[in-house]
Structure formats: C-alpha cells, structure tokens
Design a protein around this ligand. Structure first.
Ligand SMILES: *Cc1c(COP(=O)(O)O)cnc(C)c1O
Length: 355
C-alpha cells in the first residue's frame, strides 16, 4: 500500500496519436506519448495526481521558476521485452535524487513511493508507447517547478510536478571527441552541481557550444577552483579503465551522482575489477593516455548508458584511444546493463521495477 498516495485521477485521450509516430526515426526527445501526469503543491501539501492528455500547460509569465530558476528534473527509462513485460530501471534512485535536488533548491520533497507510483501508473497507461527494439526505450522525464505568481526572490509556495514520456532511439552513436575545459566551470563547491537543477544546464551551453565550434562533441569539465581535477563529461559521469582498475571522480557537491555510474561500478566490482573513486588529476589522465596505460574512457548516463570517448584534447593537443570495439570493459558492461534492463539477464541486484 502507498500510504501517502491520493488516488490518481485519469483523463484519457479520446484518440491515441501512436499511429502517427515514425518508429523508424525516433531520434531523442521530440516524440511524446499520449499522456502526462500533473500534480500541484499548494498550502504545504501535494494535491491529487492527474493523468491527462499530453499537451501545453497554462500559467502566468510571472511564475517564479521562469525568473529565479526553481526548476529540477529527472531522467529515467522504461523498456519492454517481447513478452510485453515493462521494466523501469531503478526508479527509487530517481525518487531519492529528485528529493536531494528539491532540498538544495528549497523546494518541497515528494514521498519516494508516490514518485514511483505516479511514474508506474503513467507508464502502465501508455505501455504501448514503450519501444521493444534494441537501443530503444521510453524516456521518462519527471520534473518540478515553482508556480507562484509573484515577482520577488523567495522560495515559491506552490509547485507543479509533471511527468511526461518520450519513446527514443539510441542517444549517441559515434565515439566522442572531448575537450578538457579549464576556463569555464559546470559546478563549484557549495553550488548546485549535485542537483539536477535546470540552471546548471543553461550555464553549460555556451562553453559546450564553443567546444563544438572547435570540432569537439563535449567538454570534460574540471573543478571550478583549480581546473586540475576531472569532474564530468557533458551531462554524464566519466570513467576510465587502467588495466584491471575502473577509475572515476569521487562524488562531491559539484558532481551529479549518476545511477548509471553507480550501476556500472557495481557490475565492475561483481566482475572482479578494482573500483577506484578518487580525485583524478588532469595530469594523471594525460600521463595515462601518453603511456597507453589508460585503455578506455567513457561517459555514463541514462540517455546513452555508455558514451565511448575516443579523443581527449588538452590545450590544443589531441590524445587518442583505441577503437571502442577493441575495449574489454565498456562494450561488455553496456551490453550487460542493456540486457538487465530488458529483462534478459538475471537481475541480481533487483534493479528492475516491473510495471
Ligand atoms: C543526469 C546526469 C548524469 C547521469 O545520471 P544518470 O542517473 O546516470 O542518468 C550525470 N551528470 C549530470 C550532470 C547529469 O545531469
């Protein structure tokens, strides 16, 4: 039983849009399923969730999230196997992280069971929208934003929690070229880097665009204080394999604690790799690339699971890794996690939430 849950009101579409979808060209994030879930917070409590047709929301231009950025989000995926079973990957972790983000942005939290139940009911109604082919998934985007109609800087009293979903193809296809950034920063100590706060992504757009204009796909962010230690790559956590060791920057308040990161590290331990979470200096990375001791480098996140990094640029000098297909760890863990998420592998860690 979900003690804290108010019954979900369901207003179904009169006609599904599912037949209009070009399933062979899903891309990422621009096709939306029939329904969305909306729940409002007023006078210190959450109201009843409503599942309603996906579409525009109406609010005043004075709502505070548009001006002062009280806006947070989550990103997660659901998968469907050939037996028509639907699995959501580790949604409890997204519920926890959304609350972590909410606390940092001075927003109300949501009981974890309510979060999971809301997502589950929405997916259950739109289960035909969950793709079944390899590489595809239903991307789920829960988010929360302030809706007080008030032009003053203070924590809003009212909020909207919305979940919509989007069938997606695979996110990144090619091997990435990344540039080590040592002028701009993504997040600083004491800031909001460990929250999935909308403003963090706005601040990263210009530096990322500059790198893209120079021919790189993404940035490899360094710490804001010294720019000597690695943080993340784009909107992914970053990992390296050095022989039998999987290395990744240790979590801090400037690093987003990725669920993919956590899952990969767990699998690496299961497989007998040594997992090292520590501050990784740019100099250590470059030495490892020069000597050939670093054999793999990749981003980790829900959208791509694993995004192989082929080239790393420091101060105009490119360092290359071998072809992704020759790596021993990342391709194997990507395939393994994909199989777990699709219910094709023994789910030893109880990661799948069955809808
Ligand atoms: C969402 C996100 C990640 C990855 O988190 P997952 O839970 O694995 O999807 C990593 N870094 C940043 C900055 C993110 O926003």
């Amino acid at each position: 039983m979900i003690a804290t849950q108010k019954p979900i009101e369901i207003r179904k579409v009169t006609e599904s849009r599912i037949h209009q979808v070009d399933w062979d060209n899903l891309g990422f994030g621009h096709v939306f399923s029939d329904h969305m879930l909306v729940m409002e917070y007023h006078n210190g409590e959450w109201g009843a969730p409503v599942i309603q047709p996906y579409g525009p929301l109406h609010f005043s231009p004075a709502i505070s999230s548009l001006h002062y950025g009280q806006a947070i989000f989550e990103g997660m995926k659901a998968f469907r196997n050939t037996d028509n079973e639907v699995f959501i990957f580790r949604p409890e972790e997204n519920a926890k992280r959304m609350n972590h983000s909410a606390e940092r942005l001075c927003m109300p939290t949501l009981p974890e069971d309510v979060f999971v139940h809301c997502v589950e009911q929405l997916i259950s109604l739109d289960r035909n929208w969950v793709p079944t082919l390899d590489g595809e998934a239903l991307y789920i985007r829960p988010h929360m934003f302030a809706i007080d109609e008030y032009v003053g800087v203070k924590p809003s009293d009212s909020y909207m929690f919305v979940v919509f979903t989007s069938p997606v193809g695979s996110y990144y296809t090619s091997e990435l070229k990344v540039k080590i950034e040592h002028h701009y920063s993504r997040a600083s100590h004491g800031g909001t880097g460990s929250a999935k706060a909308a403003g963090n992504y706005a601040a990263a757009l210009l530096p990322t665009k500059k790198a893209q204009d120079e021919g790189y796909n993404q940035l490899l962010w360094t710490d804001a204080e010294s720019h000597e230690y690695l943080e993340e790559s784009g909107t992914m956590n970053v990992m390296f394999r050095k022989g039998n060791t999987i290395m990744t920057p240790q979590l801090s308040d400037s690093i987003l604690s990725g669920i993919t990161r956590d899952s990969i590290l767990q699998v690496a331990r299961d497989w007998g790799y040594v997992v090292v979470e520590k501050r990784i200096a740019v100099t250590e990375l470059i030495e490892g690339l020069r000597s050939g001791e670093i054999n793999e480098a990749f981003g980790a996140g829900t959208a791509a699971t694993i995004a192989p990094i082929r080239t790393i640029c420091l101060d105009g000098e490119d360092f290359n890794l071998n072809e992704y297909s020759t790596w021993e760890f990342a391709p194997k863990v990507a395939l393994y996690l994909d199989r777990v998420k699709r219910g094709r592998e023994n789910d030893t860690h109880n990661w799948n939430h069955v809808v």
